[in-house]
Ligand binder design. Sequence first.
Ligand SMILES: [Zn+2]
Length: 65
Amino acid sequence: MMVKRVEHAGGELYACEVCGLVYRDFEHALACEEFCRSHPGRCSRSASARAVGRLLPDGGLQLFR
Ligand SMILES: [Zn+2]
């Protein structure tokens, strides 16, 4: 598993491959993924509070508003 790069509006976002949350910063996505891997089935609230969106099962991207 690795942090996934997602193209969006001419820029790049970074997604945790475990839970699908999307971040503007690679470091936040990496921290989320490390947490998700070591705590299966639980999401880090401190990390997910920084998420700007999430990946959808069909491969799309949903941004939080
Ligand atoms: Zn995650």
